[in-house]
Write a protein that binds this ligand. Structure first.
Ligand SMILES: [Zn+2]
Length: 307
C-alpha cells in the first residue's frame, strides 16, 4: 500500500517577516528533494482540505479559534507572540495544515494508504488549547488525533515527537487525556523551556543536552519510548516530525544526521507494525536549514514508503 503525501498550495502563502526561518521555502525544498531522488512519483498525492471549526474546536477553545479568525489581517502582519505572526493568507494556511492531518487519518484508517506524510506549515506542536507560540497557531497533529478518536473511535493514540523543541502545546492539550501517549525527545534547556519536570506515565518527556548525537538519541528512544509504547499498545501512531535536531540546524544544538532519522522512522514503523496495523500519520514540524531539512525529510518519507 502506498504512502500518502498531503500538502496544499496555500501552505506556501503564509509569510511572516522577510527573513523568518519558518519560511515557504521549507516546503519547496522537501518537494524538490523528493522529486530529485525519484521518490515523489511513487507517493499518493492529495491536496489537504481545510480543517473545519468543529475539527479545530476538539482541541482548541472555541473562543481561541474565533480570536484567530478575527485577528487575520487584510494586509500586513499581526504578531501573536515575538516569533509567531499572521499575514493575510495565514488563516487559510493554518486551516489546511490542520486539515492535512485529518485527511492523513482518513486515508490510513480506511485502508487507502498505509502511512501519510503531511508536508505542511506552519508547524503545530507549540500551539496549546488557547495559545499560539513558537511559529505555531493550530496544533495540526492534535487536531488529527482528536479526529481519529471522534470519527474512528480510536481509544489509544501515540504521538512520537522528535523535534528539537519540546511539544508543549501537544502536552497542554492531551495531559489529562488517558487515550493519548506523547513520547517527546527535545533539547533542554531550549525554547519553550518546558517539559523538563512534567513527565507522567503517558507523557514520556526525555530532555537531552545540547550536543546529543545519534548514538545517544537512539539509546534513549530504545530505553524510554519502546517499553512505554509496548505497554500502551497504540492503535494509531502520529509523528511530530521536526528535523531541527539535525547537526546543521541553526536553531538547535543536537547532532542528528540523516541515518538517525531513518532509524527513528523504522523504530516507529516497528511499533506501528506490532500494535497499530502499521498505521502512521506523520506531520512536518520544525527544521530550518533547508538542505538538511530536505535531506532528512526525504529520507523519512522514503523510509515510510518502503522504497
Ligand atoms: Zn522545533
Amino acid at each position: 500500500m502506498p504512502t500518502a503525501f498531503i500538502s496544499h498550495p496555500d501552505t506556501l502563502l503564509h509569510v511572516m517577516d522577510g527573513h523568518h526561518p519558518e519560511s515557504p521555502a521549507r516546503i519547496s525544498a522537501i518537494k524538490d528533494r523528493l522529486m530529485a531522488a525519484h521518490i515523489y512519483d511513487y507517493l499518493q498525492h492529495h491536496d489537504a482540505p481545510a480543517a473545519t471549526d468543529e475539527q479545530l474546536e476538539r482541541v482548541h477553545d472555541r473562543e481561541y479559534v474565533r480570536r484567530i479568525r478575527n485577528l487575520a489581517p487584510p494586509a500586513g502582519i499581526v504578531h501573536l507572540d515575538q516569533d509567531t505572526a499572521m499575514g493575510p493568507m495565514t488563516l487559510t494556511a493554518i486551516q489546511h495544515a490542520a486539515g492535512a492531518v485529518t485527511l492523513g487519518v482518513d486515508l490510513v484508517m480506511t485502508g487507502k494508504a498505509r502511512s501519510a506524510f503531511c508536508c505542511v506549515r506552519p508547524p503545530g506542536h507549540h500551539a496549546g488549547r488557547a495559545h499560539a507560540g513558537g511559529f505555531c497557531i493550530f496544533n495540526n497533529v492534535a487536531v488529527g488525533v482528536a479526529h481519529a478518536m471522534a470519527v474512528y473511535g480510536i481509544q489509544r493514540a501515540a504521538i512520537i515527537d522528535f523535534d528539537v523543541h519540546h511539544g508543549d502545546g501537544t502536552e497542554d492539550i492531551f495531559r489529562d487525556n488517558p487515550k493519548v501517549m506523547l513520547c517527546s525527545t527535545f533539547q533542554s534547556p531550549l525554547y519553550p523551556f518546558r517539559g523538563e519536570d512534567s513527565r507522567t506515565e503517558r507523557i514520556i518527556n526525555v530532555p537531552l543536552p545540547s550536543g546529543t548525537d545519534g548514538k545517544q538519541f537512539r539509546a534513549v528512544v530504545e530505553k524510554e519510548f519502546a517499553p512505554a509504547l509496548d505497554e500502551f499498545a497504540p492503535e494509531l501512531i502520529f509523528i511530530s516530525a521536526g528535523f531541527d535536531a539535525h547537526l546543521d540546524d541553526p536553531l538547535g544544538g543536537m547532532r542528528l544526521v540523516r541515518d538517525d532519522y531513518i532509524w527513528v522512522t523504522e523504530f516507529v514503523m516497528d511499533v506501528a507494525q506490532r500494535h497499530a496495523q502499521g498505521r502512521i500519520v506523520s506531520s512536518l514540524e520544525g527544521g530550518y536549514d533547508l538542505t538538511s531539512l530536505a535531506d532528512a525529510a526525504a529520507a523519512h518519507v522514503r523510509t515510510l514508503s518502503g522504497l
